[in-house]
Design a protein around this ligand. Structure first.
Ligand SMILES: *Cc1c(COP(=O)(O)O)cnc(C)c1O
Length: 355
């Protein structure tokens, strides 16, 4: 077995993969594959209902919110959010904390005015901008809770007089959040919830219906809510595996229990990075992510040999994003702390070898 530190699609619990594999051949003993039954069958409806129920339970979603499983990834939400929320004569506020935030705000410009109220672009996104005032006359504030590429995370959400829309693709279900503080939460499944192919959207019903443009059905939250995520054929496999993963999380004690484990993993790894003279972290200490731990080498020439050592130890997926370089260890929910210790041991062994 490999130690999978890949950033996305990321690691899934092994038992979930085994259940998913079995369901592809024979779903719940009905003699048919999950992939060849109607999405309107009682069997699949039970899967979707269970997935929605688990989201509500694990995140304590209050009344007045709808839970959707859509397609098109988080990137489709970049456009769908302004399509539904940004009046053509209005404006939206964006915090530019990374490339995903930048892509989101570029899409919003197709629909109305975009006010980039803060950005850390000048420092290649090594910190999360916090010094800004949220304009009360904007339609919504858009945030990215975890910047997957740079390894920064919003540890405290700002107070906002307007609905907050948050891209939580890479830290959804990793820690407790207060859903009532948000207008929309969205997340591509493939980082911390399931396989690629579905996007979780949690939307506060009352923020919809305030723009008067025509919206194509597939991109219209109201239509998707009325269709119960089944306006068209939903991504059955991705929803099923997400449901299994959420069930796994529930059995582990839910979001609070996993948050403790995630903290223990990130703490151990950052401690080694700070201690080991060969490595250093580049992001602002207070913004360090508990999901994506980014670090570089004091001597970049040692990066290749370190990657080779990692490869020998079965450590995969730790090469940093091409725009940042160095290393990125993604330590999503399903990554056991034992894998983190294998990485730490490799770092220590490498230090010994390079004295
Ligand atoms: C991966 C990622 C995305 C892109 O997700 P897709 O599902 O590939 O569109 C967007 N935002 C964040 C924070 C991500 O980590």
């Amino acid at each position: 077995m490999k130690h999978n530190f890949g950033a996305g699609p990321g690691i899934l619990p092994h038992e979930v993969l085994k259940q998913a594999a079995a369901a592809v051949v024979d779903f719940n003993g009905i003699g048919l594959s999950l992939l060849e039954i109607s999405h309107r069958s009682s069997e699949f409806e039970a899967v979707l209902d269970e997935a929605v129920k688990l989201v509500k339970e694990l995140l304590e979603v209050p009344e007045g919110y709808s839970v959707l499983f859509l397609q098109g990834g988080a990137s489709t939400q970049f456009a769908m959010v302004p399509y539904n929320l940004l009046p053509s004569t209005g404006k939206a506020a964006y915090v530019e904390s990374g490339v995903w935030a930048n892509k989101a705000l570029k899409e919003a410009k197709f629909f109305g005015e975009v006010d980039v109220i803060a950005s850390s672009k000048e420092s290649n996104f090594t910190y999360i901008p916090k010094d800004y005032t949220v304009p009360a006359d904007a339609a919504y504030l858009h945030l990215t809770s975890n910047n997957t590429i740079y390894g920064t995370q919003l540890h405290e959400f700002p107070a906002s007089p307007i609905p907050v829309v948050c891209d939580m693709s890479s830290d959804i279900f990793s820690r407790k959040i207060n859903v009532a503080d948000f207008g929309i939460i969205y997340a591509g499944a493939q980082k911390n919830m399931g396989p690629a192919g579905t996007t979780l959207v949690i939307v506060k019903d009352e923020i919809l219906g305030k723009v008067d443009r025509k919206i194509p059905a597939m991109l219209n939250y109201q239509v998707q809510i009325e269709g119960g995520s089944m306006y068209n054929t939903p991504p059955v496999f991705a929803i099923y595996v997400s449901m299994l993963t959420l069930n796994w999380l529930k059995a582990k004690g839910g979001v609070e229990a996993i948050a403790k484990e995630n903290k223990a993993k990130s703490k151990a790894l950052y401690e080694e990075i700070d201690r080991n003279p060969l490595f250093k972290a580049v992001c602002a200490v207070e913004d360090r992510s508990d999901m994506n731990v980014c670090f570089v080498m004091e001597n970049p020439e040692l990066e290749k040999p370190f990657l080779k050592l990692c490869d020998e130890k079965g450590i995969v997926g730790i090469k940093g994003h091409r725009s940042v370089g160095g290393f990125r260890a993604s330590i999503y929910n399903a990554l056991p702390i034992t894998s983190v210790h294998v990485l730490i041991d490799a770092m220590q062994e490498f230090q010994e070898k390079n004295k």
